[in-house]
Design a protein around this ligand. Sequence first.
Ligand SMILES: [Mn+2]
Length: 312
Amino acid sequence: MNSKGVDLVEVDPTFADSSSVFDSSKYVICGVPYDATVSHLSGAARAPISIRAESYNFETFLMDLDVDLADIPMCDIGDLVVNNSEEGQVKMLQDVETLMEFILEEKKMPFMMGGEHSITEASVNGFMETYHRRGGIAVIVDAHLDFRDEYLDNPHSHACVTRRLLEKWGSDSIFVIGARSGSKEEFEEAEKLGLRYVTSRQVNGHGITGILDDWDSGYSIRERPTYLSIDIDCLDPCYAPGTGTPEPWGISSLDVLRILEGLYKNTLAMDIMEVTPDIEAHITPGLAGKLIRQMIGLKEMKIDNPTWLEKL
Ligand SMILES: [Mn+2]
């Protein structure tokens, strides 16, 4: 494939069922093995390999959606070649942005597997280049507010992602779900700059569907092109222990499923970040892989009025 000067390396195995070639694929999976700005426990660079390995645990048939992924044209273009050091971050971010724009230009849905959350800044920027003028939004599901102005002298650290995106694309374009950690200053700045976020406790109390409904009435989020970023630490550590900065009292795996079900129609790009297989190498990367598979299944679901929960 022509990847606009971005270097990719083939992987073996590829993500399960991604057996099509790029040109005929509707869905494109890519790994970004970068974790050099991680602040607590590192190892997210090894997540793409691990998510691919665990993706083979699952049936190709998604019984709740009546979709067989073996029939769906999808490909795994391998890993972005990165210099996994702080010096390598600038080029990594440029390459992620270029790749995101390229895959969207080719009318395919990209799935980026991190790596650390700083990748999301570039990935959303690539998405917004095309979709901001059409009302594009980024929904970021994360335990952390990631609203520092800079962290360890780096304004593009994983701890600054949401702030950079809000500054660039405006408070009407960024929505955060599951926040429960940040400095006092981050919360004050988020208030001042008008960040729209709900905490994990609000999700627990109000229900994620109610929150999406509220945002839909206020900001029409279900009608706008959407980039969905899942930082795996949004989940309670009991569902996703394999992450570098686990934070208690998170949302459940069913909450995340409902986010996918609530937003899949207009979601045009997605990422899963911060899986750290050195800490736990099966349940967490498995869940990450399943979320990618479920999103593809939802996009391919034929029935008009889904009743998946009842059906189960
Ligand atoms: Mn996080």
